[in-house]
Ligand binder design. Structure first.
Ligand code: NDP
Length: 499
């Protein structure tokens, strides 16, 4: 890594990872870089801590997780300022992100026992003399690898659920936001001082790679699709299970009966919040012909009013400077292939900022439509009807979230979107609903965080049968007689042979 300080680009100095503000270049965090053996040692220690944590049971963990939640909540202005300083996002956006993360800690802590705890399962006629028992036991140590764009919400979306399920967590924050990651870990250590149940290891991508190979029992990765492939390949070596929350190119569909003001307002927020650096951000819109022009006008007038700048503006800087080239390339490519910029355009890229850019009539094969842009840009294309909109929305390998605006057909359209999540008459809201699972399909990954599925993701199903009476029709034994087998066949035909 170069020693030249580019604002926002982390550097390593004397074995320390130094993070800086992408807006000002001011130093924000200085954390020790973990070596490969540090990572292995941390995981080893976490194993013991995990046993202790699992031993606390659901009640003990719930109590501590709720205290962690309270600590974060009470100091949320401080955390929001830190996220703003380190990643550049507006303090208001950071506050909303933290609020969402708090809700997830709260829900995971309160619901872990109900979802994962031991319970009796009814048997069926075939094994009526047995009862079933089911519980979800912790994996042990879970490795959580997080991105920089939502440095509070994304790791907590995995870590809170993994912890509630009884696992210890070793967390590798993004190299762009290590101070935020360490802050979360430090608050946890204040309420769980006995053992290192949640720890962080810092460094560049190689530290994440080392974590995948460190003997953790599961890896929960959130980041780009390209890195997700590397994580899965590394985990394949040891058959370590993975949860992959990867990139997206989410589409919004605007039907003829949509409330256009509401659609434009939600679209502008869903596309441009956090300067468009949102995995579930709206990057493409398909609006039906009848409402296309009016919708575009409303989007442009709203997006055109947004302010861009360091402090107090609606949009902050682009966190990762290298992303600026991608954003510029997508805009240039769209215009070169016949698209039109109705707001912004090539001049919108003014490092480290990008001003809102709305592109219309962009060919479907262009990079701005097919690749993740991760900037405050949006394509809006005209479609004949919602069927064409769904077809185009579903044409990419990504499938994370999506949105539908409309009335009559909205639910049906949302169900047809090839994505893990969708919101109707709003954007991004599914991320904050702790009772719903979150995750993608295709290149957006697999596995689920949040909700009951998110808790189960971090527990291994343990199935137990228990005999409660003698078998009237012995089947699973060498003691059965030919007459028993004949009776079994007769019973099987009676039970399953009809129709
Ligand atoms: P990256 O994939 O670049 O990095 C994600 C994390 O993986 C970082 O901590 C990174 O460390 C680490 N890493 C890098 N290389 C390796 C490796 N070989 N093995 C293991 N870990 C490694 O993503 P970004 O941080 O740039 O985040 C943006 C991406 O995340 C976007 O594509 C976005 O869509 C996606 N995302 C997905 C979400 C979802 O829930 N589906 C939510 C939020 C973001 P380092 O930073 O040190 O390189």
């Amino acid at each position: 890594m170069t020693a030249v300080h580019v604002p926002g680009v982390p550097v390593i100095e004397d074995g320390r990872l130094v993070s800086t503000s992408p807006a000002t270049g001011a130093e924000v965090g200085r954390l020790p870089v973990a070596t490969g053996s540090d990572v292995r040692d941390t995981v080893e220690r976490a194993r013991g801590a995990g046993d202790w944590w699992a031993g606390l049971g659901f009640t003990g963990r719930r109590e501590r997780l709720l205290r962690w939640r309270s600590r974060i909540a009470r100091r949320m202005e401080e955390l929001a300022e830190l996220a703003h300083a380190e990643g550049g996002k507006p303090v208001g956006d950071a506050a909303v992100e933290i609020l969402t993360a708090l809700e997830h800690i709260d829900w995971a802590a309160r619901n872990a026992r109900r979802v994962l705890g031991p319970r009796r399962v009814r048997s069926r006629l075939i094994l009526a003399e047995f009862t079933g028992h089911l519980e979800y036991q912790p994996y042990g140590v879970v490795g959580v690898i997080g991105p920089w764009n939502y440095p509070v919400f994304t790791p907590i979306g995995s870590a809170a659920y993994a912890l509630a399920a009884g696992n210890a967590v070793v967390f590798k924050p993004s190299e762009y936001t290590p101070a935020v990651g360490q802050w979360l870990v430090d608050r946890f250590a204040e309420v769980v001082p006995e053992q290192a149940v949640l720890t962080a290891v810092h460094g560049l991508g190689d530290v994440g790679a080392a974590l995948c190979r460190s003997g953790v029992a599961k890896v929960a990765f959130t980041g780009s699709t390209a890195t997700a492939r590397k994580v899965m390949a590394a985990c394949a070596e040891t058959l370590t299970p993975v949860l992959l929350e990867a990139g997206g190119k989410d589409a919004m569909i605007v039907d003829a009966d949509a409330d256009l003001d509401a659609a434009a307002e939600a679209c502008v927020w869903g596309a441009l919040t956090n300067a468009g650096q949102t995995c579930i951000g709206i990057e493409r819109v398909y609006a039906v012909d009848q409402v296309f022009d009016a919708f575009v006008d409303k989007v442009v007038s709203r997006a055109g009013r947004l302010t861009v700048g360091p402090d107090g503006a609606d949009l902050g800087p682009i966190t990762m400077p290298s992303q600026l080239d991608i954003i510029r390339r997508h805009i240039d490519d769209a215009l070169a292939h016949g698209g039109r910029a109705v707001l912004g355009g090539p001049d919108a890229v003014q490092p480290p900022y990008v001003h809102p850019t709305v592109l219309v009539d962009v060919p479907e094969e262009s990079a701005a439509v097919r690749e993740e842009t991760f900037g405050p840009t949006l394509t809006v294309n005209r479609v004949r009807d919602v069927d064409e909109a769904v077809e185009r929305a579903n044409a990419l390998p990504y499938g994370l979230g999506g949105a539908v605006f409309g009335r009559k057909r909205a639910v049906a359209v949302a169900r047809r979107l090839r994505s893990g999540m969708a919101s109707i008459n709003s954007t991004l809201t599914f991320a904050g609903m702790s009772t719903l699972p979150f995750g993608g399909v295709g290149d957006s990954g697999f596995g689920r965080i949040h909700g009951e599925d998110g808790l189960r993701e971090f527990g291994r199903a343990k199935a137990i049968t228990r005999r409660r009476a003698r078998s009237l029709l012995p089947a699973m034994t060498f003691e059965r007689s030919p007459a028993d087998v004949a009776r079994l066949i007769k019973a099987a035909k009676l039970m399953y042979g009809r129709r």
